[in-house]
Design a protein around this ligand. Structure first.
Ligand code: AMP
Length: 629
């Protein structure tokens, strides 16, 4: 069947299509209904079916390829490398599950995982899945305040963490940040399970903190059976930034997610059991959930967890891994490729990359130069794919596992089966025609694997993402897009105040709130500004309570550093603005709304657009002045 026919079937007869795809995973109890869309926009996939993510990722492969590699944990930071077979992975996950049960974690309890890229992080995620606990992985680069807000929202019974991560050979302590976050949070976890890598000193809190290695020894022979879960039971929460200061907990199910990943591993990523998959992301992001941990394992592939820089010991490190483990499918982000592009090409050329079939890039717009450069360097297709934390798997791509279709530079591709993508004109609410810019939306029901709701807040889920247009429920991606005459989409940036730094999504509101906590800050505006390497960087414009504190160049520099330090401490260096400018007035509308988009346009050297609503045009000149224009 052609791609066009399969796609059409998936949209016109979603139940029949997904009933077929559901055969890619094991069900302990068959479902009675493929889709329940009786309460739109909420979807329930595979109602009544019982399954388990850990079973599908680990146990079901033990019988047929138990001795084959499942998890390859490589750290160029600590110089360690360990291959776990499916059998060994099952044993480790079982031990971690036994530890969790012994610490009082049960089905439906939340477990927060704040970990570096080490094997134990994957064990913890899979152990939660095994016993029906809901994990909430928090990116290790986030600092105390970011972590505290997530602890408060998810209310975990247990937190799994480590003494430290490591970056560029330098230990990054996690435990002090975690202690600070717990102190800040109104909710306190019952227990904290700590992996001691002996990278940084660690003070254990009596009665709360427990040592992973000690408990692992106690549970060394544990065999914890999987807990079969109804398909729509929640599997995890993953927080993502939005337009408010409060991150949203994206909640996913069990059965739909397993099916979506199995389906995408076949149709988009073309992965086969026994092969090796290498995604260079971090478990703290959605790519880490879907395509480091669950997706490849569900497809019976070995997956690589890599802790380290892409350029250390040299820029050949990733390619040496590809050669050594015969990686067939690799997943990364355009920023990482732009970093590599600055390195000598020999780094890459000295390795045998003949196993590699394709490189998948996502998370931010892929520019044509980067795409052309890496495609030539590797000699394999570069497959752009567009999606979001909320969807859990690609919305747009070229599904080469179904039919090899051409890609177009600058376009992530066409909608993949299951996603009924539409473009709507923001002002009229009408569907856009060819080459007409609009908001990228998805008509409900969303396919399996997408978010079920915002954790604990159905109302916020509906009001944030959904509208009714032409009588149909439609989900907004908050991205601008355009579709050409061949049906290829081009993504033109966010419609909201979310920015994308090196493929990492950040809310400008969160950064503004953090900067506002500095004693001398009266008002602040943060915008995302185009950057050659990182795609975008955050730039802050600050009005001081006491402007005299920044009346010399040195004082300004010191204050800029101090404000960056506040963001580092509260949110993490990932959110640090690239520049902090001091001004006396911010551009606002007469009703007091900050004109972020105009500020952004000026920063990028563009026309600030219609200024008829601005309160004082002089404020724009302030921005220009601060930028030295
Ligand atoms: P996140 O939820 O952190 O994965 O961020 C999702 C956002 O990243 C999307 O809404 C887009 O703005 C952007 N994005 C992701 N993938 C792509 C892509 N392939 N091309 C352009 N933008 C992308």
């Amino acid at each position: 069947m052609s791609f066009a026919t399969i796609y059409k079937n998936s949209i016109e007869q979603p139940e029949a299509y997904w009933d077929g795809e559901a055969k890619l995973i094991d069900w302990q109890q068959p479902y009675s209904k493929v889709l329940d869309y009786s309460k739109p926009p909420f979807t329930q996939w595979f109602v009544g079916g019982k399954t388990n993510l850990c079973h599908n990722a680990v146990d079901r492969w033990v019988a047929t390829q138990g001795e084959k590699a499942a998890l390859i944990a490589i750290s160029t930071e600590t110089g360690s490398e360990k291959v776990y077979s499916f059998k060994e992975l099952q044993a480790e996950v079982s031990r971690t599950a036994a530890i969790m049960l012994a610490l009082g974690v049960g089905q439906g309890d939340r477990v927060l995982i704040y970990m570096p890229m080490i094997a134990e992080a994957a064990f913890a995620m899979l152990a939660c899945a095994r016993i029906g606990a809901i994990h909430s992985v928090v990116f290790g680069g986030f600092a105390a305040h970011s972590l505290a807000s997530r602890i408060e929202d998810a209310q975990p019974k247990l937190i799994v963490s480590a003494d430290a991560g490591s970056r560029g050979g330098k230990a990054i302590p996690y435990k002090p940040l975690l202690d600070e976050a717990i102190a800040l949070s109104a909710h306190k976890p019952g227990k904290v399970l700590l992996v001691n890598r002996k990278l940084a000193p660690m003070q254990l809190v009596d009665g709360r903190d427990v040592d992973y290695a000690t408990l692992r020894t106690q549970h060394i022979d544990a065999q914890v059976p999987v807990t079969w879960l109804e398909s729509n039971a929640p599997s995890y929460i993953l927080y993502t930034s939005g337009t408010t200061g409060k991150p949203k907990g994206v909640q996913r199910d069990v059965g739909g997610y397993a099916v979506a990943l199995a389906s995408s591993m076949r149709s988009i990523f073309c992965g086969n059991p026994g092969e090796t998959y290498f995604a260079t992301s971090d478990i703290g992001w959605v790519v880490g959930h879907s395509y480091i941990v669950y997706g490849p394992l569900i497809a019976g592939m070995a997956t690589i967890m890599y802790e380290g820089l892409p350029t250390s010991p040299d820029a050949g490190i990733w390619w040496s891994i590809v050669e050594k483990y015969k990686v067939t499918r690799m997943f990364s982000a355009p920023t990482a490729v732009r970093v590599l592009k600055k390195q000598p090409p020999e780094c890459m050329q000295k390795y045998d990359l003949s196993s590699l079939k394709a490189l998948y890039l996502a998370g931010e717009p892929l520019d044509e130069t980067t795409s052309a450069w890496i495609s030539e360097a590797l000699g394999v297709p570069i497959i752009d794919n567009y999606w979001q934390t909320e969807t859990g798997w690609p919305i747009l791509s070229i599904a080469r596992g179904i039919e090899d279709q051409p890609s177009k530079l600058g376009s992530p591709g066409i909608p993949v089966p299951g996603f009924n993508v539409k473009l709507f004109n923001e002002s009229t609410g009408e569907e856009c025609g060819t080459n007409e810019k609009g908001v990228v939306m998805i008509e409900g029901p969303l396919p399996p694997g997408c978010m079920q709701t915002v954790y604990g807040d159905d109302e916020r889920y509906v009001s944030t993402y959904w509208s009714v247009l032409n009588g149909k429920h439609v989900y907004s991606t908050f991205d601008w897009g355009i579709r050409d005459a061949d049906g290829y989409y081009f993504i033109l940036g966010r419609t909201d105040d979310v920015i994308n730094v090196a493929g990492h999504r950040l809310g400008t509101r969160e950064i503004e709130e953090s900067i506002s906590s500095h004693a001398n800050v009266s008002e602040v505006a943060v915008v995302g500004v185009e950057d050659k390497l990182k795609g975008q960087v955050a730039v802050a414009f600050v009005i001081l309570k006491n402007p005299a504190a920044a009346n010399t160049a040195e004082a300004q520099q010191a204050l800029e550093k101090e404000i960056m330090g506040v963001v580092d401490h509260q949110l993490g260096a990932v959110a640090r603005p690239a520049r902090v400018h001091f001004i006396a007035q911010l551009p606002k509308t007469r009703s007091g709304k900050l004109l972020r988009r105009s500020i952004q346009a000026i920063c990028e050297g563009r026309d600030p657009g219609d200024m008829s609503s601005i309160e004082d045009p002089a404020s724009l000149r302030q921005i220009q002045g601060a930028l030295g224009r």
